[in-house]
Write a protein that binds this ligand. Structure first.
Ligand SMILES: [Mg+2]
Length: 160
């Protein structure tokens, strides 16, 4: 069965050049368990290198997180990225803010995240493509853990 979104194991499995070749100009990137581990203060060297490669390929990136407080900006700033906290995903409000920050049309933007019911659902509601990655680790907010249980019913092949 084909799905309306792509599934990959991790960021490094996404080739930025392929996205650019498909007309993608901007990425809305989830933070926790997509770019870095839950509660971590910086991405792994591998994911930092991926962000650099994506930008070198011409992609603009905005970080979009349901997390609140200064943490989002503290992670975004050293990477030279714009970070939007309190996104209220899957509601469209945060996605539309991120799209406005990119200054692009929905069809030019791809959302990358580790959750079906926040990242992928929100992208779909806003007419954007989505790529679902496996969560970096299984630690998460209690509400997210509940969503993961439901995800496993929908996506039985998921690892976490
Ligand atoms: Mg996440």
């Amino acid at each position: 069965m084909s799905r309306p979104f792509q599934q990959v194991p991790h960021l490094a499995a996404i080739r930025p050049e392929s996205l650019v070749a498909e007309g993608v100009r901007g990425l809305i990137l989830d933070l926790d368990n997509t770019l870095l581990g839950f509660g971590a203060s910086a991405p792994s060297p591998e994911n930092r290198a991926w962000v650099a490669a994506a930008r070198a390929a011409g992609l603009e990136i905005v970080l979009l997180s349901n997390n609140f407080g200064p943490r989002v900006a503290e992670i975004a700033a050293p990477l030279g990225l714009h970070g939007i906290p309190n996104a209220l995903k899957p509601l469209p409000v945060g996605f539309l803010r991120a799209k406005r920050a990119l200054g692009m049309r929905a069809r030019e933007v791809t959302v990358i995240g580790d959750q079906l019911f926040t990242d992928v659902l929100g992208a779909t509601l806003c007419g954007m493509r989505a790529i679902l990655v496996e969560p970096i680790e299984d630690r998460d907010f209690p509400l997210t853990r509940l969503f993961r249980r439901i995800e496993r019913l929908v996506l039985p092949e998921r690892r976490v």
